[in-house]
Design a protein around this ligand. Structure first.
Ligand SMILES: Cc1cc2nc3c(=O)[nH]c(=O)nc-3n(C[C@H](O)[C@H](O)[C@H](O)COP(=O)(O)OP(=O)(O)OC[C@H]3O[C@@H](n4cnc5c(N)ncnc54)[C@H](O)[C@@H]3O)c2cc1C
Length: 270
């Protein structure tokens, strides 16, 4: 997506997502004020788009607002410049062979890019390895198995989280309940910053181990959902109690049909 009058065509400090439930497009800003747009979609859907006109038809159906930003000619041309490619997710265990070699980074755990944690997980491998070297007095024969033992559950957890985040980005964000729950999480985090920590915050801004973050997230989900269910049930019971205790005067609530009719006509009267 080219710049517009020398400026970014959309707000640059955001991850732009067009969530369409079974697929999505994202746009990430570049230093030259362009955006790179990436379409994540099942192969069978890519295979249906074989000509420039089909690209435009597809975008008109699903991303109409992106067409003027990218430009019809550029869209027809650029769409076919890079063929659709498979994404890779690697889970292996252990990461070492005796005291001879150890895998770190993508070689050990290439993950799909939806949590933005691939490089971070690789950097954290290095930190953890360094910590274990210190703890075990640089005894490589002990350090390598310990590294596998400590790191495999975390790297497997981030691989699963990255997969999960694809569903969250392409589908869950379309759900009002999901958005409501996000607001509840943020509010509870403001009130109890040490007790409730949103998953994204734990993963991205803390050194909470990935697999511990997942465990804590499941616990928080259970507690918050139960709290909301109890709150809703309490509010419903309270409402029923109040209605029984102080029944409303129905005759005052019921509005005669003629009155409704005159209310409807009123705004049209000069
Ligand atoms: C689209 C996309 C978006 C991403 N976004 C993010 C993000 O927002 N945040 C984040 O943290 N991560 C992100 N990542 C992941 C991140 O880029 C990778 O996790 C990271 O680059 C992995 O680093 P690495 O050093 O382990 O492996 P690599 O970067 O793959 O480095 C391996 C190197 O080894 C070289 N090599 C391979 N074989 C040989 C050989 N036989 N001899 C010598 N050299 C060899 C390769 O050429 C390469 O230079 C993203 C990845 C993708 C694809």
């Amino acid at each position: 997506m080219p710049p517009n009058n020398g400026e970014f065509a959309m707000k640059p400090n955001y991850l732009h997502i067009w969530p369409r439930n079974t697929f999505m497009m994202i746009a990430l800003p570049n230093l030259d004020k362009t955006f790179t747009c990436t379409l994540f979609m099942p192969f069978e859907d890519f295979e249906k788009i074989t000509t420039g006109d089909k690209v435009i038809e597809f975008f008109q159906n699903y991303f109409p607002d992106a067409i003027p930003l990218i430009g019809v000619d550029a869209l027809k041309r650029d769409y076919f410049r890079l063929p659709a490619q498979a994404m890779v997710s690697v889970k292996c265990s252990p990461y070492h062979i005796d005291d001879k070699c150890v895998l770190m980074g993508d070689a050990a755990h290439a993950v799909v890019p939806f949590y933005g944690q691939g490089m971070n997980a690789g950097f954290e491998d290095c930190i953890v390895f360094d910590e274990i070297l210190d703890q075990l007095n640089e005894d490589v024969g002990a350090v390598l198995p310990e590294f596998s033992k400590v790191r495999v559950p975390d790297d497997h957890a981030i691989a699963d989280l990255a997969m999960y985040n694809y569903v969250e980005m392409r589908a869950h964000v379309n759900s009002r309940w999901f958005l409501f729950r996000k607001h509840v999480d943020t509010l509870l985090h403001l009130i109890m910053p040490k007790t409730i920590i949103p998953l994204y915050t734990m993963v991205t801004f803390t050194r909470t181990r990935y697999h511990k973050a997942v465990e804590r997230w499941h616990w928080q989900e259970k507690v918050i959902n139960r709290g909301l269910a109890f709150g809703a049930a309490g509010a419903a019971c309270g409402g029923v109690y109040l209605l029984i205790k102080h029944p409303p005067n129905i005759s005052k609530i019921v509005i005669p049909a003629e009155q409704i009719w005159s209310m409807l006509l009123a705004p049209q009267s000069p």
